[in-house]
Design a protein around this ligand. Structure first.
Ligand SMILES: [Zn+2]
Ligand SMILES: [Zn+2]
Ligand SMILES: [Zn+2]
Ligand SMILES: [Zn+2]
Ligand SMILES: [Zn+2]
Length: 360
């Protein structure tokens, strides 16, 4: 923790030491020439817990044991016990007299299988078009097929020819060397999915036609009750300083010797300035259903030192964590402007020289 705000004398002494250290042979401004302006920073966080109470009707499959849950009559009247702090986990309660079992509309815990619609199987084509002849060139003697049955009662298995162009005896018209070896003249082969019966056993229901009811998880009944829930949600709000950090040293101030106050829910520190008190006021307003809060603030004074004579530089003085004063030197706005003008002049000169060389 750092000491109180630095006095003008302290600041000037720190500036003097800083300039003596780094300014050998370089005539710098004397510390008395500086104009000092103070920036009083105030930052912090307000972390509050807000309570939420909700009520809803719940249904759960089967018989549910709710005997461990606290009972209530009116949720808003329920007083939390000393060990009931529902910050990480919500507190679940049961409204008195609302627990009852009711039967599920499935009746017995099972419902018709949606995949097979209760049929126990899925229909399938018994026969498929022969892949070798596409059913077109099944038999060279197709004229002899007039009046003969088109497909056998059980389609033939897909044949495996050694030479696809080889012809076999047709099973339809019995002509030798006339039929496709894949289907032996039929144009169709047995379906490989169902092996011809035209139905595939349904797996989701295990060929029973019914599946476990999802509503009651197979119990055939449900437990219903009015469920109350109390939950605390914690959220942190950052306090933004009424005056912002000086931009040039904004990150350097992270390692400054801030004066920290962890106030919890207690009163504000006595030494807090009226300006800072006003700045904090909107953050400290009680929220609706607020149950607890933690306020922590940090303060730091930054002194900006501007040399009254040359305006190229500026200095920022603030306490470090050991309580000593740190000095940070920065190019001022005016200094930056002059520097960019100098760069522009150099560029113009270079261009001029280049033009002269080229025209010669
Ligand atoms: Zn099924
Ligand atoms: Zn099939
Ligand atoms: Zn034939
Ligand atoms: Zn064929
Ligand atoms: Zn059910």
């Amino acid at each position: 923790m750092a000491a109180e705000d630095p006095t003008d004398d302290e600041v000037r002494a720190a500036l003097d030491a800083f300039l003596k250290r780094g300014g050998k042979g370089r005539p710098g401004p004397s510390p008395t020439d500086f104009v000092l302006t103070r920036v009083h920073l105030l930052e912090g966080t307000v972390t509050r817990s807000v309570e939420d109470r909700t009520e809803e009707t719940r249904h759960r499959p089967g018989t549910v044991d709710l005997s461990q849950r606290p009972l209530y009559e009116v949720l808003d009247d329920y007083k939390l016990g000393p060990h009931e702090t529902p910050l990480d986990q919500p507190l679940d309660l049961v409204r008195r007299g609302t627990v009852h079992a009711r039967s599920c509309d499935c009746g017995n815990g099972r419902r018709r299988c949606a995949d097979c619609n209760g049929m126990t199987y899925r229909p399938c084509e018994p026969a498929q078009v022969c892949a070798q002849c596409q059913g077109v060139t099944a038999c060279t003697q197709y004229l002899k097929h007039g009046g003969l049955p088109g497909t056998p009662p059980r389609p033939p298995k897909q044949g495996r020819p050694i030479r696809p162009e080889e012809r076999v005896t047709c099973e339809g018209c019995h002509s030798p060397d006339s039929a496709c070896p894949g289907c032996r003249g039929w144009g169709k082969v047995r379906c490989t999915d169902c092996e011809a019966p035209g139905r595939i056993p349904c797996t989701p229901c295990g060929r029973t036609g019914t599946v476990r009811c999802a509503t009651c998880a197979g119990h055939g009944h449900l437990t219903s009750w009015t469920a109350g829930r109390i939950k605390w949600t914690s959220s942190a709000e950052a306090v933004t300083s009424p005056v912002p950090r000086p931009r040039r040293v904004a990150t350097e101030l992270d390692s400054g010797g801030w004066h920290q106050d962890r106030l919890g829910d207690g009163p504000l520190p006595d030494d807090l300035s009226p300006g800072h008190r006003d700045a904090l006021a909107p953050y400290l307003r009680r929220r609706k259903r607020e149950t607890a809060r933690q306020v922590s603030i940090q303060r730091l004074t930054v002194v900006k030192a501007t040399p009254s004579a040359s305006g190229n530089q500026e200095f920022y003085v603030f306490r470090n964590t050991e309580g000593r004063l740190d000095v940070v030197r920065r190019l001022s706005e005016e200094g930056r402007w002059k520097a960019s003008l100098a760069v522009a002049a150099l560029v113009a000169l270079a261009v001029l020289v280049l033009v002269l060389i080229l025209t010669l």
